[in-house]
Design a protein. Sequence first.
Length: 259
Amino acid sequence: MTRKDIEAKVNERIKVGTAFSKNELMKKYLKIYSKQLNTLEDNVITYAKKFDTEIYNSSSKLYKIFKYIKTGKRFLDNDVLWLIEKEFMESKNKLSIEYNLREASFYIKEYEQKKDLWLIVNASSHFRKSNNSNKSIEIIEKINFNEIKDKCLKSALIITQGGAYRDLKEFDKALKNAKKGYDWNPKDYHPCTLFGALYYEKHEYSLGDKWYSKAKENGAKSDIIEKEIYSIYKKKTGKEKEKLKEHLEKSDSYYAWLL
C-alpha cells in the first residue's frame, strides 16, 4: 500500500461526509496502515521527522522537497523560499541548520577548486548560521592576511570571523576584529554594525549608537540595524533588559516591539 492508496481512502471518506479535515484523517489512517506503507515513502516521512516536520500528503510540495533533499544535494533556491514562507525553516531550527551546513560545505569545496577567498566569506556565514561558529573562526585562522591586497576582502573575512567571536560571547576578540575591519575598509558599514552590536552586548549603549549611526552613514538600512537591536534585546533578561528598554525609549527611533 502507498500513501496515495491511503489518500484515496481519505478522499472517499470526505465524499461520504466527515467532521475531520483531510490532514486529520490522513494522520489517523497513517497510524492504522503504517505497517503496510511503501518503504520508500515511509523513509521520506521518517527522514522529515528528523527535522521536526510532519508530512501527511505524499503528493504535497513538502513531500517532494524532502524526497529531494534526502539525496544529500543542496537545497533548491525555490524550495528554500517556499520553506521560509511556510515557516518550516525558521532561524536555527533543525532544517535551517541542515541547509546552512550543506551551503557551507558547498562553498568550502568551491574554494578548494577556485581559491577565491570570497567563497570563504560565504562559507563562514553559513557555518555561523548552523551553530558552527568555531568552524567559522577556524577556517579564517588559516588565511595569511599579509598576502591579500584587496582591503575589502580582508575586511569581509575579519568581520565575519568577528561575528563568530560575538556568537561565542568572546567580545574582546570580536572588538579587535571589528577594529581591523574598520581600519581596512572604513567606508563599509559591516565593521560599524559589528561595533554597534558588540557595545550593545557589553551594555555600552551610547557607544553602540555612535557606531550604528556611522553604519547608516556608510549605507546600512535602518531595518537591518533594528533587527539586530531586537535580537540583542530579546536575549537580555531582568535589569539588563529594563536598562536597554529605557535607553531605546529615550532614543529618536521608534521601536514598536517595545510596547
